[in-house]
Design a protein around this ligand. Structure first.
Ligand SMILES: Cc1ncc(COP(=O)(O)O)c(C=O)c1O
Length: 380
């Protein structure tokens, strides 16, 4: 192909698999261990738990079921309420619905875009059993503050950390900051297994409950007599996916550093543009920047978000819209959730935000190109 005429395309996020993925998967294939038994599942669980500085990891087949399993392990069920951010991916909310409980929404914080901690207490009722913060786009939540509220009201803290592998708060890894934490390893995540997830915890009882429920409530020990005391789920991950996961965790620090470097470069390139905003990091946290999400301020730029996305698309730059608030979701309304009320920060982010290309292996030239194209529209 004539390179001068080749259209440049920068994907919004591609998986980056430059470790031992192929050799581990090949080995799993060669040994015939392709289902959920096999040494890679245990090795992946141990290595990722160690990365999160916790004792137990229970690998599952995606992040949504990891959240569900975490909720089940903690004992959330019908009649309970779980507080979640309004600004999140739908999986956070539907995992609560799966248990028979109701998610209760709290608006986003205008600075961090995570759950607005000052509004959590107003959402607590006698039915509230847990708070489920989400460390969005790789940005940790103010967990000390959340734990203080949880302690005062006797609530569990379950973190949806689908997007924040390797993030830190006050020097501690996300994964070690809640009673139980759920991760996703979908293809666009910092660490991926294609499809996959994991529940991590320091609590052996919770880890055992996760292992029990993830495998159809087969007893964890004793004879396999096909008697099941509880209704369980098949949330097992395959040894093939876990083989990819192990190779990914082995390079976790490198991938995290790439994401952080890319985010710093985006901020540098766009720093003279007050029309463009990023979420803010807390002083004592390490944001791992899973995605570079921005908002374009309609008050400062005559050009809005939709025009910007259109222009970027025409120039070969993929982008995505940000999440739509949970209070706007027909499925949650139909499930009986309270979708009344105002969520102005979520609505602002939904109306004015987008993701820029964010894969680990973006080059500085890619980022410079994206920023030039942003400038063309915003300053036109
Ligand atoms: C915040 C959040 N929670 C949960 C999930 C669900 O993970 P999965 O797609 O692996 O089911 C995602 C996934 O993309 C997510 O971003």
């Amino acid at each position: 192909m004539d390179k001068r005429n080749a259209k440049r395309t920068i994907p919004v996020c591609q998986p980056f698999l430059d470790g031992d993925e192929l050799s581990y998967v090949t080995e799993a294939l060669n040994t015939g261990w392709i289902s959920s038994s096999g040494e890679y599942v245990t090795a992946f669980e141990e290595k990722f738990a160690e990365y999160c500085a916790v004792r137990y990891g229970v690998a599952v087949c995606n992040g949504t079921v990891a959240i569900h399993l975490a909720l089940v392990a903690v004992g959330i069920g019908p009649g309970d309420e779980v507080i979640i951010p309004d600004f999140t991916m739908i999986a956070t909310a539907v995992a609560v619905i799966y248990t028979g409980a109701k998610p209760v929404f709290v608006d986003a914080d205008a600075s961090t875009w995570n759950i607005d901690i000052s509004k959590i207490e107003a959402a607590i009722t006698s039915r509230t059993k847990a708070i489920m913060p989400v460390s969005l786009f790789g940005n940790p939540c103010d967990m000390d503050h959340i734990h203080t509220i949880a302690r005062q009201h006797g609530l569990k803290v379950i973190e949806d950390a689908a997007e924040s592998h390797g993030a830190e708060y006050k020097g501690k890894k996300v994964g070690s900051l809640a009673d139980v934490t759920a991760f996703s390893f979908f293809a666009n995540k910092i660490l991926t297994t294609g499809e996959g997830g994991m529940v991590v915890t320091d609590n052996k009882e919770l880890a055992d409950r996760c292992r029990y429920f993830k495998n159809l409530c087969f007893p964890l020990s004793g004879p396999r007599n096909y008697i099941h005391e509880d209704v369980g789920f098949n949330y097992r991950i395959s040894n093939l996916h876990a083989a990819i996961g192990l190779a990914q965790v082995e390079k976790a620090d490198a991938y995290r550093a790439m994401r952080i470097r890319n985010a710093a470069f985006y901020r540098e390139c766009l720093k003279d543009m007050p029309e463009i905003n990023f979420s803010k990091d807390m002083a004592d946290s390490l944001n791992v920047h899973w995605m570079n999400a921005i908002t374009i301020d309609p008050g400062k730029s005559g050009r809005g978000r939709d025009l910007l996305m259109e222009h970027l698309k025409s120039q070969g730059v993929e982008t995505r819209l940000l999440f739509v608030g949970m209070h706007h979701q027909p499925c949650l309304r139909k499930a009986g959730c309270d979708c009344q009320g105002d969520y102005p920060v979520t609505d602002y982010l939904t109306a004015n935000g987008l993701y820029l290309p964010s894969g680990s292996n973006l080059s500085e030239a890619d980022i410079q190109y994206v920023c030039e194209k942003i400038r063309e529209v915003v300053r036109a």
